[in-house]
Every structure is written in C-alpha cells, then in structure tokens.
Design a protein around this ligand. Structure first.
Ligand code: AMP
Length: 460
C-alpha cells in the first residue's frame, strides 16, 4: 500500500517523500479515504499511531481546492487539549503542506495574544487552537467562524478530562451547522460517546488498536516496591539498565520537582515539565530531552500530552495515574510509530486499587517483577481482572424446586444458593473477610507472578 493509492495529490506526496514516509500506517489507510470523501469520522487511535497525518493530509488536500479565505476567517479548525499538542499538529500541517499555498497557524494560552491576533488578520486556511485561547480571540473579534467547513477534535478524551467540555460546547455553537467533523480519541468513555452522538452524523468509525487497550508494541510490566524506595529504584534502573532517554510520569507537579532533585542528587540529568513551568521553559526542556542533553524527563499527565518523540524507548509510571485511561495515554508515549518500547510502572502496596483499575481497563494482568535489593516490605496484594462495569445484580427468580429439594424442605432449598450466585456471593464474602480474598486471589491466575516473586526474594 502506498500513499499515492490513497488518492493524495502530488504536492502532498512530495512532502511525504521528503519526510521519508514510504508506507501509510493503518490509521492513515483507513482515515485518509474517509476524510477525503467528506464524511464525518470517529477514530479510536492513540498518539503514536500516526493519527495526525491521518487527518492532516486529507484535510490539506480538500482545502487546496476550496475557496479563498477572507480576512480574520478560518476554513478548518483543529482543536487540541494542550499547547504542546497544538504546536505539534501545527508543525505537521506546515510540513505536510509545504508544497501547497495554504496559510496555517497555531494559537494557545499562556503567551501574548497580540501576535496571534496579527496572524489571524489575513485569514487562515487551518487554525490549530486550544479551546480557551480560541474563545478569547473570538471575544476580541480576531477570529470569525462563518467560513469553517471542517472541525477536528483531537484527543477528545483528554479535552474532556481537562474540563474543556463547556468551552467546546460554546465553540460548537459558534460554528456553521454544515461542516465535516473529525473526532480522534484514544479512549471512548460514556462522556465521549455523548459528545460524538451530538456532534457526528453517520460517522465512518475507525479503530486501529482495540479500544482502551495499550499499544501492542509496548512491553509492559510493574516493579513492586515500597513507596519510600521508588526514587532510589528509579535511579538504580536508569543507571544499571543503561537507559538513556526516559520519560517518567508523576501524579503531581511537586512530585515531579522532588523527583528531579532526587535524580540530580544521584548524578542523573533530569528536568520536569508541568503546568507551572512557562511555555518557553517547557519548549526548551523538551528540546533538551529530544537531543539527549537530559536523560530523564519527568512530566505530569497534562504536560506530557503533546510530547512527540519517535521511538521513545522507556516510559516509567513513577506513580500510577488516578484515572486508568491516563495509563493508556502514558504508555502511548513509547513504542511509537511501530517501534518497540517498554512501559514500566513502579507500584507500591497502597496503589493496588489503581493497578486493578488499569488492568481491568486494558483487560490484562500486568507481569510483576521485584528488583534485587528493592524487595518491598509491603507486598502489593494480588489482583485479578474485574468485570469492566459491575452490573446491578438481577433480582433472582425463585428457583423451581426439584422433587428432591421439595422433599428436603426449607433447609435443602437454602443450600442451593451458593451455586446460583457463586461469583457475586464470593466477592461479597471477600469484602468482609480479607483473608478469604487473599486466598481467592492466589487462585486467580497470577500464580506465576507470585512464584517469580518468591524466587527473587529467595535469590536475594
Ligand atoms: P502521531 O500518532 O500522529 O503523533 O504520529 C506518530 C509519529 O509517527 C510521528 O512522529 C510521525 O511523524 C510519524 N509518522 C506518521 N506517519 C508515518 C508514516 N507513514 N511513516 C513513518 N512515520 C510516520
């Protein structure tokens, strides 16, 4: 399969050639013809799958043959949740469209608004924007929407996680009714479904990775470790395993800063990227990381959203994320563009619920390891895959009594109960009695992890 067979024009094919792209990725094979046909598209795709080219290439092609843009107007609007992602998309628009005479730019908050207003004056074919800044520009009459015929919502799930739903609704109400809508999201929660139901008309549905599963080319496992030894373990792993480019996630900004100090104390070059850092600082840090000037980049979920580094080999969850979907996003940073990567989580006993939530979401129990010298005193309880969304138990019909039960009377009919609801009853029992739960878990398919653990402990 080649890009030319997807119906892309010469100027775009030339730009792809110059970028060294020879074969389209699966998301591109599906999305490009769908977008070119003018239909709405709903795609389940994570970062790293090549989704940006999946919508940017056909979008540019459609815009190349359309009408001229008027002053302060825009023809296509791409909404992204973070500045980093917005900048990254805008870079893609510029490089894929370098042989077309289309005008594009990017706007986001946290920087002066005037230069962005100036860029909008002459009108733009493509505007990439974060929602808040776009509304600010609209309120200043700097941008007009009546020429918009394509809307792209990229990383829609993240947009909702970050609380942009009201801004998105406001923006949707300002756009012309007749337009093409493209929605990309790594995960599809019920809130996203609600949004897509209102937004998309008979969309072409595209799914490249099984929904809510982490990218296939990523090896994932956890290290069980005590909470207070996590940073020592991280330094140890970075040094002993010779990791040269590591992206580490922490849950909080303070946690990120603390970890950077600890790593620096251990002689490992590290920097943090999070919401309290200025845009200029974040851009500089990212550049230093990309060029291997710093070995470890510590990021919070929000800041990491737009990070695009091809073939990032190691992603570490220093803390497990509160929202299980964030695990999928984090792991999406490695194994990008088809290359193999490692997604490793440092898990302490108090995080077992978060671990279980993640495993339930990705439908997979994560392999457990214990590093020699870091055997936890508080062992992470064993987990098992739970049903994704526990359903309300149905009211049980009164069982028909067999002849034998009828004869046995009340007592026998009672003894029938455990068989009927054995699963839920077992779970209920385990809540009351942790010892029972422990036993059930040991029986539940993670025995190999346990064996490995005891082997390692012995080996210590
Ligand atoms: P994305 O998922 O859009 O962030 O893209 C992931 C990475 O894959 C980016 O660095 C792209 O430049 C790269 N990429 C996208 N499509 C292709 C392709 N067809 N061939 C090679 N690299 C690609």
């Amino acid at each position: 399969m080649s890009f030319s067979s997807l119906g892309l024009s010469d100027p775009i094919l030339r730009a792809l050639d110059e970028k060294g792209y020879s074969t389209p990725f699966p998301i591109q094979i599906k999305a490009i013809p769908a977008v070119l046909s003018g239909k709405d598209v709903m795609a389940a795709a994570q970062t790293g799958t090549g989704k940006t080219a999946g919508f940017v290439l056909p979008l540019l092609q459609r815009l190349a043959s359309g009408s001229k843009v008027k002053a302060n107007h825009i023809r296509a609007l791409i909404l992204a949740p973070t500045r980093e992602l917005a900048v990254q998309i805008a870079d893609s628009v510029a490089s894929y469209g370098k042989h077309l005479s289309l005008k594009s730019s990017v706007v986001y908050g946290g920087v002066k608004i005037n230069p962005q207003m100036m860029k909008l004056r002459g009108g733009l074919d493509v505007l990439v924007a974060t929602p808040g800044r776009l509304l600010d520009l609209f309120s200043k009459n700097a941008v007009k929407f009546s020429q918009v015929d394509t809307l792209v919502l990229d990383e829609a799930d993240r947009m909702l996680d970050l609380g942009f739903i009201d801004d998105i609704r406001k923006i949707l109400a300002l756009l012309p009714k007749k337009r093409q809508n493209l929605l990309f999201s790594a995960t599809f929660s019920s809130d996203i479904r609600k949004l897509t139901d209102n937004l998309l008309k008979n969309p072409v549905q595209i799914e490249v990775n099984p929904r809510n599963s982490a990218a296939k080319s990523v090896k994932q496992w956890i290290y069980e470790v005590d909470k207070n030894r996590k940073s020592a373990l991280l330094s140890h792993l970075v040094r002993n395993k010779g990791w040269e480019q590591v992206l580490v996630f922490t849950r909080t900004k303070n946690g990120a800063d603390r970890l950077v100090r600890k790593l620096a104390g251990d002689g490992i070059s590290a920097a943090a990227i999070h919401g309290d850092k200025s845009q200029a600082k974040r851009t500089r840090t990212l550049a230093d990381f990309k060029t291997n000037k710093i070995r470890v980049l510590v990021a919070t979920d929000i800041a990491a959203r737009g990070i695009d580094i091809i073939e990032l080999p190691h992603v570490i969850n220093f803390d497990l994320p509160k929202v299980p979907e964030d695990y999928v996003h984090r792991i999406g940073r490695t194994g990008r563009a088809g290359s193999e990567g490692e997604g490793i989580s440092l898990v302490s006993a108090d995080e077992v619920k978060l671990l279980s939530g993640i495993e339930t979401l990705i439908r997979q129990l994560l392999v457990r390891e214990v590093e020699t010298g870091f055997v936890p005193t508080h062992q992470v309880p064993l987990t098992r895959l739970l049903k994704a969304r526990p359903k309300k138990p149905k009211k049980q019909k009164k069982p028909k009594l067999t002849q034998e039960q009828k004869q046995g009377g009340k007592q026998k009919s009672g003894s029938n109960k455990p068989r009927r609801g054995s699963k839920s009853r077992g779970a209920e029992k385990s809540k009351r009695n942790p010892r029972v739960r422990g036993k059930q878990r040991r029986d539940s398919g993670t025995v190999s992890a346990n064996k490995r653990l005891s082997r390692k402990n012995k080996g210590k």
